[in-house]
Each structure stands twice: as C-alpha cells, then as structure tokens.
Design a protein. Structure first.
Length: 193
C-alpha cells in the first residue's frame, strides 16, 4: 500500500510541475507582451512580426473609423468621401490588373518547355544553353526553368528557340558547306547518304 501512495504522490507531483511550467510560460509570455505594449504606447494595437499588405478590408475599416470619429461640427464633405472611394476603386483595379498580368506571364512560361533556351544559371551566373525540361514556381510567383539539371530565371532568358527551326537551319548550312560547284542541291543529298 505505501508503494501505491508513493506512486500517486509522484504522479501528482509530476502533473503539478507540468501544469505549473505550462502556466508560468504562458503567463510570462503574456506579461512580457503587456509590458512591451505599455512601454511602446501601443496598448490594444496588434503587433505583427512581419509586414502585412493593406487590402479591401483594411481600407473599409479605416473608412468606418474615420466616419465614426469625425467632428460633428465639421463632417467629411461628400466630395472627399467620393474621392476616397474612387482611390480605393482605382487601387483595387490596379491590383486586379497586376495579378492578371502575373497569371498571364506564368501561363506563357509553359510554352518554354521543350524549347532551346539560354540564360544565366541561378546559382553561378554562368550562361547555360539547352532544352527546357520543366517549369518551376516559387512562393513569390517567380518562374524558373530547368535546363540540364540547372535552374534559370525565366525573366532573364536571352534566347528561346524551337529545336525544329534550328535543326532545319543547320541542315541548310550543311548543304551549303557540302555543295560542290556545278552540282545541283538535289543531287548533293544523294551524295551525302
């Protein structure tokens, strides 16, 4: 029986240490956050580690705050309100156009696969030429092409060509090099076989 009591006491001690450590950690973090807000004068304001882009919701919140806290003796003029709404509408349209252009650019980059491309290697900067095997996208919306095991930024490509066109041009050049004076080109192809 004493072993059972001792086991129960040790389990309770472990449980209470676990609960106390979790609570003290969360309380400490919360107190530090409150202290930080008090010192900076930002009490009640959300503190973010990384910058957030302003969107539609943020604009509407600002507009509502402005309207609810305006001076009743000098309210916002209709023309000012309309100007703000026009600016918001223009901003939204520009953002939509920008995202549309980005989507269009990414779709156009699909046509690069299977083509001969040339451009600087992403890591070394060395010029790489070869057949594009795959298209890759990163989290920022940038597009990369894989050529001979190396990555090239699609926006920095300096050559994009169809392999069939290059092959036909190469054949024409070879025919000119092997042509003998006075022999027609059709008979020349018979000699080269």
């Amino acid at each position: 029986m004493p072993d059972a009591i001792q086991d129960m006491q040790s389990q309770n001690a472990i449980r209470s240490r676990y609960l106390d450590s979790e609570k003290s950690l969360n309380i400490r973090k919360h107190l530090d956050q409150l202290d930080k807000e008090e010192k900076s004068g930002l009490k009640g304001i959300e503190i973010r580690e990384k910058q957030k882009e302003l969107g539609k919701d943020d604009f509407l919140k600002l507009l509502l705050t402005q309207l609810s806290h305006q001076d009743p003796t000098n309210p916002v003029q209709d023309k000012d309100f309309i100007a703000q709404m026009a600016q918001f509408s223009t901003l939204e349209q520009m953002k939509n156009i920008s995202s549309g252009i980005q989507r269009m650019e990414s779709k156009q980059s699909y046509s690069v696969v299977g083509k001969i491309v040339s451009g600087p290697d992403l890591v070394t900067g060395e010029d790489v030429t070869g057949v594009a095997g795959a298209i890759l996208f990163d989290n920022e919306g940038k597009t990369y092409v894989r050529v001979s095991g190396r990555m090239l930024d699609v926006s920095k490509l300096n050559l994009i060509s169809d392999p069939a066109i290059l092959e036909s041009e190469t054949q024409k050049e070879n025919q000119k090099l092997w042509a003998t004076p006075g022999v027609p080109a059709k008979k020349e192809s018979a000699y080269s076989e």
